[in-house]
Design a protein around this ligand. Structure first.
Ligand SMILES: Nc1ncnc2c1ncn2[C@@H]1O[C@H](COP(=O)(O)OP(=O)(O)OP(=O)(O)O)[C@@H](O)[C@H]1O
Ligand SMILES: [Mg+2]
Length: 248
């Protein structure tokens, strides 16, 4: 069974000027296998965040279907299986890490007992031990990214969506994030993330999908694509593959 199945997803936005419609997504199809890590690629403005917002139900598609673990994504039970880190998260400066996780836990209707259990595990997983009582206004960008990942995991989600999770992280932070994503996969979770940092993506993804001109122009196992490219010595890394795909 696929963890995520998007069929013929289309979305256009009406600009204020003359109410002209701009189509951002044109019959997008995406298949993410359960228990895998999927890298979602595309240039700035390609429509990655728009796709993610459609999966989350934050915006309504013009048409198309989205299923999570075989169920319609709009169902409450489907939503409950999702964890999400936004590309531009908003945090309350005057809460500390523990309080931030508790707030997310409450929003997910978790009991206080569950929140305490989960937040202790998460603080250690995202490497914020010793900083859990510090106000978020005193956090660095990298620390905020960690707590953002933490709040995405509070409800122990089976499907984790991370929009640009590597942005703003130093090399050690990136390595640790790769390890966390791999540990989530080892627990049987499915991770879907967008990134422009292709070196990180290449190290951990099973499958990739490239969004270009509103369509998925390439999707499949990274290994197969890179292997195919080795025969053609012009292209053999994910970066080469991506550049070739978006400029052809
Ligand atoms: N609410 C909106 N109203 C009008 N246009 C929008 C809206 N949201 C997004 N867009 C447009 O849709 C296009 C795709 O935006 P989106 O944020 O999905 O891109 P992206 O692939 O996530 O880019 P990036 O890599 O920069 O994050 C852009 O041209 C953007 O201006
Ligand atoms: Mg985006």
């Amino acid at each position: 069974m696929n963890a995520l199945e998007i069929k013929d997803l289309s979305k256009s936005f009406r600009s204020n000027f003359l109410y002209k419609k701009t189509t951002i997504l044109k019959n997008v199809n995406i298949n993410v296998k359960k228990g895998t890590i999927y890298g979602f690629l595309g240039l700035n403005g390609a429509g990655k965040t728009t796709t993610i917002k459609c999966i989350l139900g934050l915006i309504k598609p013009d048409h198309g279907t989205i299923r999570l673990f075989g169920e319609e994504a709009e169902k409450v039970s489907s939503r409950a299986s999702i964890g999400f880190l936004s590309e531009s998260p908003y945090y309350y400066d005057y809460l500390n890490a523990k309080e931030t996780l508790a707030l997310s836990g409450k929003l997910s209707s978790l009991s206080n007992k569950k929140i305490n259990e989960r937040s202790a595990k998460i603080i250690s997983l995202v490497g914020l031990e010793g900083k859990e009582n510090l106000l978020l206004k005193k956090y660095s960008k990298g620390m905020l990214q960690r707590i953002g990942l933490g709040q995405a995991l509070i409800n122990d989600p089976d499907f984790i969506i991370l929009d640009e999770p590597f942005s703003g992280l130093d090399p050690i932070g990136r390595k640790e994030l790769r390890d966390i994503i791999l540990s989530l996969k080892a627990e049987g979770k499915t991770v879907f993330f967008s990134s422009h940092i292709l070196q990180d993506m290449e190290l951990i993804v099973d499958d990739i999908g490239i969004l270009r001109n509103g369509k998925i122009t390439k999707e499949g196992k990274l290994k197969d694509m890179v292997k195919k490219s080795i025969k053609n010595p012009v292209s053999y890394s994910l970066e080469d593959l991506f550049l070739k795909e978006i400029t052809k």
